[in-house]
Design a protein around this ligand. Structure first.
Ligand code: AMP
Ligand code: FE
Ligand code: FE
Ligand code: ZN
Length: 286
């Protein structure tokens, strides 16, 4: 059976509720799932409750955008205690950074003559956190651009006229934050790190020194050769291997959830190993 350990809900920049994600996973005959919203754990409670009514094993997760020596990367956290108050305070800082950036982006869009208001963004986002994909959707809905891609290309990507930075943690801080909340830190989609590391092997070795526990090896579009390369690196450092679709609902229209039908099927054996490692980590001092 397949697992999917990389899912986004409408608490970050996905379009489905955590409950709807669980229902979709049941339909796809998936046996293990994790919710990994960007920078927030707001959806976890609903996610776990919805999964408890099914035969699916669900674990709490998160995906934290991080910096590392001039590189941007995403750090996944698995098995975190989403109620941990220290974790929540650290995440609040990221949310404030996002709010500040959203205001800056809207001001820049207004500055180049576009009719767009922060209130419209709040209405569109509804609740949970608001990021660039919401702004991209608003630009699309208002007919200012014809696609999400165009919104990023013309206005929102780095170097585009409405781009603005935000506060993010270093990889070291993200790993420590995840560990303190009882979770394991896993490097998300290593092929998407920007800029591209000269040597993935050396890059990951440096992160292992900071406490990295695993690597996401199964990711849509990664060829068998890419997977093999990542698996070898993981084996060398005794890292756990994970996999997931990075499903965002309609915010990434070409991406689908894992499942045999979608021909993307991270195997269940990975999940069993991950659960064992999480358990060992959480009980290390008992
Ligand atoms: P943020 O976290 O607010 O900086 O937004 C980052 C999100 O934007 C990530 O989830 C990306 O997947 C998404 N994103 C980046 N480029 C594009 C694009 N061209 N089309 C759709 N989504 C994108
Ligand atoms: Fe996203
Ligand atoms: Fe990511
Ligand atoms: Zn993601």
């Amino acid at each position: 059976m397949c697992i999917d350990l990389h899912l986004h809900s409408h608490y970050s920049d996905g379009t489905l509720s955590p409950t709807a994600l669980v229902e979709m996973a049941v339909e796809a005959d998936i046996c293990g799932i994790a919710l990994t919203d960007h920078d927030t754990v707001e959806g976890i409670e609903e996610f776990l409750q919805a999964a408890a009514e099914t035969g699916i094993t669900a674990i709490p997760g998160i995906e934290i955008s991080s910096s590392f020596r001039g590189y941007s990367l995403h750090m996944l956290g698995y098995g975190i205690d989403h109620r941990d108050s220290e974790l929540q305070v650290s995440l609040e800082r990221l949310q404030h950074g996002r709010e500040k950036r959203n205001r800056e982006i809207i001001a820049r869009l207004q500055g180049i003559g576009l009719d767009i208001q922060i209130e419209e963004l709040d209405v569109l986002s509804g609740f949970g956190q608001t990021g660039r994909p919401h702004i991209a959707r608003l630009l699309t809905l208002k007919g200012i651009v014809t696609s999400m891609d165009d919104a990023f290309r013309l206005y929102l990507r780095k170097e585009a006229p409405a781009w603005a930075g935000r506060f993010i943690y270093t990889a070291e801080e993200s790993i420590a934050m995840i560990h303190r909340a009882g979770g394991l830190a896993v490097l998300a989609h290593p092929g998407q790190i920007t800029p591209r590391p000269y040597s993935m092997s050396l890059f990951i070795r440096e992160l292992v020194r900071l406490g990295l526990d695993g690597v996401e090896v199964f990711y849509p579009g990664y060829s068998p050769k890419v997977r093999k390369g990542l698996k070898d690196i993981a084996a060398r450092h005794k890292l756990v291997i994970t996999g997931g679709s990075d499903y965002h609902g309609n915010n990434k229209p070409y991406a689908t959830m894992a499942g045999k039908k979608n021909r993307f099927c991270p195997p269940r054996s990975l999940f069993d190993l991950l659960l064992k490692k999480i358990d060992a980590f959480q009980n290390r001092n008992l």
